[in-house]
Design a protein around this ligand. Sequence first.
Ligand code: UDP
Length: 194
Amino acid sequence: LKTVHVQNVKFDNYSMEEFLQIFEERLLNEEKTFVVTANPEIVTKANTDPVYRETLNKADFITADGIGVVIASKILKTPLKERVSGFDLMGKLLHKAEQLNLKVYLLGAKDTTLEKAYKNIKAKHPKINIVGRHHGYIDIENEDLVTEIVDLKPDLIFVALGFPKQEYWITKHMHRFSKGLFIGLGGSFDVWAG
Ligand code: UDP
């Protein structure tokens, strides 16, 4: 099966390697892409909140962020290939960004956390092109920040505002960009900050 429903969320049934191949091709073609990494909390919210459910329906790809989702898919007898967590995907995409010289933008977390995460990412990927970054305590309606980010023409926009804010920010502003892979990453910057 190419897609697997777990309750109201439609997951794309690819392995990490398959997702990376698809994303690389879309990045090289400058095809805009919205990725959701959905954990059980996100599935639960999609069940009870129709606005959030509609927002998730706009995703180009939804990965299973958490073993709970994979276990649920097995119980439903439509097993997902594997867990593809936001944090792991971010690591692989950073590696790709460094290899392919893609422009990266980091949006999210507290200022001090973001600075630590930025330093640690640069330490692991010295040649990476991080074109900008901003903490995540922003008003979703703030268009000035979006204009700033649009002007940087990033290829990868990592949005770590926590759910549902990150998915609302992406779907509200993605139309202003001409390219870019937008991905909601929850608390991943906190992990990078150590
Ligand atoms: N965060 C943010 N802006 C907000 C609220 C939260 O940038 O308005 C950040 C917070 O600092 C943390 C992340 O979003 O880095 C949320 O992490 P959590 O693990 O709670 O996210 P979840 O995986 O539950 O989406």
